[in-house]
Write a protein that binds this ligand. Structure first.
Ligand SMILES: [Mg+2]
Length: 426
């Protein structure tokens, strides 16, 4: 069957192919190539010229990687958690990946200060400078190839790779015309339930803050404990007294208790309906506490790899896991962990260490593509900060959010907020 190409029109990139192909459809009509790549895929087997054109039109390479630095002040003024740690203004990095056809995807990495996980804000930018030259020329839609190249070029440093990986998912979605959540498994339910993190202050003030956020629609609350154990017992008791039976309370110590302190706390709140999250620094200490309490148990900081996830499952070390995108190295690797948890029957909190609109969009796509029975909670970080960095990010409605239905992450960065890139590699 002959193929007729209209040479008067130019191929720009796969979404802009507008040549007419005379290869008939089954109904006998001609089709535009961009409306029927299946037609051309059939043709290319027979006509080398067409194959070459199609190959060129469908190729996509990373041509530029750049980074913006943005400060995200907190609505509450500061955020405090275990060991006296606090942050008042987050230092976030928005990563852009641009292809040779001009398509741009975005990701974001925002560590919770330099003292939460082994990650820090300037490290994101230093790491991306190191990695970016190794990634030029790769097809950003081939996420397995991309991640293998990143791991070959830079050992560890999962958080550094996260922004690039998210940006390439954004590109994949835009190239396919599909939202990321549909590419990650589909959209489960109408929306995603959120939790609210309650910054560590005095017990009565924390109880008041929980009541206030419940009035805004939240039904899941994560208390920041991990301080003085006697005060933490008061915090848990004070907050639990203002909750309804359908609310859920998590006491997250963020590694802040020693083993004997954690043992005292779980015994003192034995009659309270509260989940205990990451009480101690090491996995072994947490496992010891887990084996001495019947509170539902969450692991977070220790679970930073599939290997640790498998070990913890084998030890029955938790009932819920907290998966943070930048802790695991991006959406590709968090999806691996998420899918493994679904297969093993483990519920999840799906989130990141912190971030603004772009991180929140990535969380929404990850969470919305997770079966509802395994979706414990997720986080709308963009409602914690005063600066909006992108249009199209999810907005909380009565304690829930939904992933955007537009292709990719569905966000458009606000360049007037981001300013000029702090660096670019091309
Ligand atoms: Mg946690």
């Amino acid at each position: 069957m002959p193929l007729v190409l209209d040479d008067s029109e130019t191929i720009q990139h796969p979404t802009d192919v507008s040549m007419r192909c005379s290869h008939p459809r089954e109904d006998g009509t001609d089709v535009l190539m961009n409306a029927a790549l299946s037609c051309c895929i059939r043709c290319r087997n027979a006509i080398p010229h067409c194959r070459d054109i199609l190959k060129d039109s469908c190729s996509m390479k990373i041509a530029r990687i750049f980074a913006h630095r943005v400060e995200l002040p907190l609505v509450e003024g500061s955020y405090k958690w275990s060991g006296g740690k606090s942050v008042s203004v987050f230092d976030s990095t928005v990563i852009g990946v641009e292809t040779d056809c001009g398509m741009v995807g975005y990701g974001e990495v925002c560590p919770l200060g330099p003292f939460y996980l082994p990650a820090y804000a300037e490290g994101v930018r230093a790491g991306v400078r190191e990695l970016a030259p190794h990634l030029l020329g790769i097809d950003p839609r081939q996420l397995g190839v991309l991640n293998q190249r990143m791991d070959q070029a830079l050992k560890g440093h999962a958080y550094v790779k996260t922004g690039i990986d998210i940006a390439c998912w954004d590109i994949l979605g835009k190239a396919c015309g599909l939202p990321v959540c549909e590419l990650m498994g589909g959209r489960f339910g109408e929306s995603v339930r959120l939790y609210r993190a309650i910054s560590q202050v005095e017990p009565d003030e924390m109880a008041g803050n929980v009541a206030g956020y419940r009035d805004e629609g939240y039904t899941r609350f994560q208390l920041k404990v991990g301080g003085d154990p006697d005060t933490d017992i008061e915090r848990i008791l004070a907050v639990s007294s203002v909750l309804r039976p359908t609310d859920r309370l998590v006491a997250d110590a963020n590694t802040g208790w020693t083993q004997h302190e954690a043992m005292r706390v779980v015994r003192a709140v034995r009659e309270v309906d509260v989940y205990i999250e990451q009480p101690c620094l090491s996995y072994q200490e947490c496992l010891a506490i887990r084996r001495h309490t019947d509170h539902p148990f969450v692991l977070d900081e220790n679970l930073d790899s599939l290997e640790m996830l498998m070990l913890a499952k084998n030890d029955l070390a938790m009932d819920v896991v907290n998966l943070k995108i930048s802790k695991l190295g991006g959406l590709t690797k968090t999806k691996q962990a998420r899918d493994l948890c679904v297969s093993m029957g483990i519920a999840m909190t799906l989130e990141d260490s912190w971030g603004g609109d772009i991180t929140t969009a990535a969380i929404a796509h990850l969470a919305h593509s997770t079966p509802e029975e395994f979706r414990f909670t997720a986080t709308d970080f963009n409602s914690y900060v005063t600066v909006s960095t992108a249009d199209g990010a999810p907005r909380r409605e009565q304690g829930f959010m939904a992933a955007n239905i537009e292709p990719g992450l569905g966000i458009t960065p606000k360049m007037d907020v981001l300013g000029k890139p702090v660096f670019e590699v091309k």
